[in-house]
Design a protein around this ligand. Sequence first.
Ligand code: ME8
Length: 514
Amino acid sequence: TRTSHGAGRPYYITTAIAYPNGAPHIGHAYEYISADALARFKRLDGFDVRFLTGTDVHGQKMQQTAEKEGIPTAELAKRNSDRFQALQDRLGSSYERFIRTSDDDHKRASEVIWKRMADTGDIYLDTYSGWYDVRDETFYAETDTTVNEAGERVASDNGHVLTWTEEQTYFFRLSAYQDRLLELYESHPEFIGPDVRRNEVVSFVKGGLTDLSVSRTTFDWGVPVPGHPDHVMYVWVDALTNYLTGVGFPDDAATFERYWPADLHVIGKDIIRFHCVYWPAFLMSAGIELPKRVFAHGFLFNKGEKMSKSLGNVVDPESLLDEFGLDQLRYFLLREVPYGQDGSYSAESMTARVNADLANEFGNLAQRTLSMIGKYFDGAVPTPGAYTDADSEILDATSTLLPRVRDNFDVQAIHLGLEALWSVLAQTNRYISAQEPWKLAKTDLERTGTVLYVCAEVVRVVALLAQPVMPTSCNALLDLLAVGDDREFTTVDDRLTPGTQLPKPTVIFPRRDA
Ligand code: ME8
């Protein structure tokens, strides 16, 4: 047996936990798909992966939405969390746990981290007065607000309408962590990706930190503050703690020691401050190791426009799945949008990619190769003869794919990993056109077999390495090549065995009509 790259080492990856105050949208689906592809890649590369996702059920917005709907908040949380989980399942998400912050073990984890921060002396009681964005559950300093045309006080950065809050709350001594945070970003530049986000965070922290209000008394939908049940924790305190709960903190020491610190928190760019400033400060205060990396993906827009309920252009992931298919959606989002940047979705761009990359570049190569093996070799893998330079060029390019794609995935450059695979597919399509095995078959069956063997090898390796992105289709392709059950990346160099009987080929990536 061979040792895999991961050699069974633990790898802990998380997504943000969404507010279930409405239905999930395509932005949520994007985060789940991308994190799932990263988790699957690590699993196939031999890591012992733990992938955590879930919902963030507390906070004022949840309570307000439930009031509007006239149902208990717990009922809203359960109903909508179920919808988020159903979406994950439909997306093929390979999570180990779907946490809801209403889970009992999460309450306990939140109490323990709170007590530890309090024991350090970082929590004190004071009066908070200022602006609050209920939608994002964020406090705003007066200087970061303006008044809109309707005379409402709004956040300068996103225009959300703010409410004045004035109450006695507990504060976290965030101001004490400025130097330690700057030192963290300096000594661990990999802590925040992509680079542009790190620069944002560094300049924010350099601008000075004020203490953070970390409890609320004007509503009760949250985790009660230990010893002070008239306060509930500020929703972000308990929300961030989900990453600890998900690996057994504080009671399951074995699991916690195995998987913590997290290798990667996948989040969207709007919540970078919570993950790269507040979260490491809370952990430093509580004496808990810091996560190794936070990666912020960009936002998805509908034809370049921001999705919003008022514009009526919110894309429902279910309808996209119905229309395009799961692997098509997964591929499109991960290939079209450079991971870490904003991206745009449109039916036209999706159809174009599905046809060009999947139906033509990949599907057609597989289809031609397999049908010629059927026609000229009775469906048995042909025996390659001596390789020409043209053959070797393709085989060599193929054999460098795993390390290249791994390097890309290691820095979450998912789109570049896919680009590397598709460049070899393009090269192979040029090769098959130049070699013309359909003509060779009339004069030189051995040479025909060699060319088809090379093409089949490319299909095998690309299908193997694209599994994290398109699990179902790639496994179907590997089935068509009679590849055995072990489909981990350790098998990348196990070439197809000549003489192996292949099943009757079927179309894996159908064309779409524009
Ligand atoms: O922020 N495109 O929850 P949330 C891409 N509960 N990603 C998007 C997006 C879009 N249009 N809209 C949202 C929260 N997201 C908190 C997280 S974590 C301890 C607590 C992403 O439901 C967003 O960036 O508002 C975030 O990563 C995730 O969806 C959940 O957003």
